[in-house]
Design a protein around this ligand. Sequence first.
Ligand code: SF4
Ligand code: F3S
Ligand code: FES
Length: 254
Amino acid sequence: MTGYDARFRIWRGDAEGGELRDFTVEVNEGEVVLDVVHRIQATQAADLAVRWNCKAGKCGSCSAEVDGRPRLMCMTRMSVFDPRETVTITPLRAFPVIRDLVTDVSFNYAKAREVPAFVPPEGVAPGAYRMQQVDVERSQEFRKCIECFLCQDTCHVVRDHEENKAAFAGPRFLMRVAELDMHPLDAAREAGLDRGRAAQEEHGLGYCNITKCCTEVCPEGIRITDNALIPLKERVADRKYDPLVWLGSRIGRR
Ligand code: SF4
Ligand code: F3S
Ligand code: FES
């Protein structure tokens, strides 16, 4: 398709409030939403605040909601929209607005700090670590995360429930706990740290009712629910209801 004039509605405002503003802007073949936002910035609204860095789907900065769906603006082609429709862009709904399309995502950094780091096994130098390929692949899938926080934004547990934020780490960080809990070389247990118990009691694993919305919006295609959250839930349940573990805990209490 050759160029055309598109109608955009973009939320403009700050922490005090704001409104949707209409723009009509040129769109050229092959462009993505971020290109069009930049054209609006260059020609009609020089003070429009938008966060971006790589324009290649790798930095995780340009997250916003396009027609209500959490997306990376640099990876959303204009060709997916009907030229007759108005495209609406709003800031991520789960986080406080700083200005226009820029939100304060520091909630996520606070949650990241609550997950204890990998505990290296004693007596094994990093170069001597050996793992099964299946364990390597699991970690590699989770580590594709670009920290765009689209999954955190879409999860219904916090999306409209600010009150749940203190008790819920969100899919991105429960995935981190799952990765470490399933890591064959993580020596957290030997160091007295039960990641499964922490997932349940400190990171709010029980709030997740596996709706899979997080998986649907992940631009890296990480199967967050199937490969991280459900296995983590199973591991927690196995440990809790394992009769030998139960017996051990009863004996330990005497
Ligand atoms: Fe983004 Fe996917 Fe990472 Fe969530 S898991 S922050 S959606 S890349
Ligand atoms: Fe939320 Fe994903 Fe669970 S969207 S409810 S963390 S499956
Ligand atoms: Fe880096 Fe979009 S600008 S992911």
